[in-house]
Design a protein around this ligand. Structure first.
Ligand code: G3P
Length: 228
C-alpha cells in the first residue's frame, strides 16, 4: 500500500518526505485554504519539495463539467505531468472524469462514500478512487467495509483503477486499509508520525545504546570500532 500525505503544508511535506517513504501528496480545498497563501504559490512550493514527477492530487471546484475540465487543463499546463486532478463524484464530476480520462489525464475521483460511486468512477476512467473512511465511520457506516467492497468489485470486474483511501482519524483505520487491499492511503502528517511513535521502540533503542556505551564508550558507533 502506497502512503501519501494529505496536507498542503510545505514544511510538513518537506519533513515527511525526508523521513518516510511517501509516494505523493493529496490536497483538497479545505487544506489549501488553511495555508492562507495564494493557491498557485502553495502548489509550486509543494512541487519544489516533492519534484514534478511525484503525484500531486489537486481538487477542482467548477460547478459544471466544462469548468472542471478547464481547471484540470490549466493545472497540468502550469504544474506539469505529476498533477492528478481530483474531481468529486457528482454527476458533473463523473462527466468531467470521462472527458479528462479520454484526453489522457490521470484523474482521482474523490468524496466517495459508497462502493457503487467508486465503480461508476472507475468505469468513467478514473485512475484512482478516494473513499472517505472516517467520514463514513462518523455517520455510523463501515468505512473499512466500503473499501473491502470496492477492492472486491474492482477485482471481480477486472478494473485497473486504484483505491486511494482517505479521511483518517487514527492509525487503526490505516492498518485496516492495508489489510483490506487498498492500493494507497493518504493521511495527515501527524498520523504518519504516530505510526512511528511507540514508547517500547524508544526505550528499546535507549537500552541498546546504554549497553553499547558501557562496553565500547559513550557517544561511539560501529564506525568507531572498525579495526580492519
Ligand atoms: O482529502 C480528502 C480527505 O482526506 C478528507 O479528510 O479528514 O477532512 O475527512 P477529512
Amino acid at each position: 500500500m502506497l502512503c501519501l500525505l494529505d496536507t498542503a503544508n510545505v514544511d510538513d511535506i518537506a519533513r515527511c518526505f525526508d523521513f518516510y517513504p511517501v509516494a505523493g501528496v493529496t490536497t483538497n480545498p479545505t487544506l489549501i485554504a488553511r495555508e492562507e497563501r495564494p493557491f498557485h504559490d502553495i502548489l509550486t512550493d509543494i512541487l519544489k519539495v516533492i519534484g514534478e514527477r511525484t503525484m500531486l492530487h489537486v481538487q477542482v471546484l467548477g460547478p459544471d463539467a466544462e469548468t472542471m475540465v478547464a481547471e484540470a487543463n490549466q493545472l497540468r499546463d502550469r504544474l506539469g505531468p505529476g498533477i492528478f486532478p481530483k474531481l468529486p463524484v457528482t454527476q458533473q464530476g463523473l462527466k468531467a472524469i470521462r472527458i479528462l480520462a479520454s484526453a489522457g489525464f490521470s484523474v482521482t475521483a474523490t468524496a466517495i462514500l459508497t462502493p457503487l460511486q467508486a465503480l461508476l468512477a472507475a468505469r468513467a476512467g478514473a485512475a484512482f478512487v478516494a473513499p472517505y473512511v472516517n467520514r463514513i465511520d462518523n455517520i455510523g457506516g463501515d468505512g473499512e467495509g466500503v473499501v473491502l467492497d470496492i477492492v472486491k468489485m474492482f477485482s471481480i470486474h477486472g478494473l485497473s483503477t486504484k483505491v486511494l483511501t482517505a479521511s483518517f482519524k487514527n492509525v487503526r483505520q490505516i492498518h485496516d486499509m492495508a489489510l483490506a487491499g487498498a492500493h494507497a492511503a493518504t493521511m495527515a502528517p501527524q498520523l504518519l508520525d504516530m505510526i512511528f511513535s511507540h514508547p517500547l521502540t524508544d526505550s528499546g533503542v535507549a537500552d541498546f545504546n546504554a549497553d553499547w556505551a558501557a562496553a565500547y564508550g559513550a557517544d561511539t558507533t560501529t564506525l568507531d570500532n572498525d579495526t580492519e
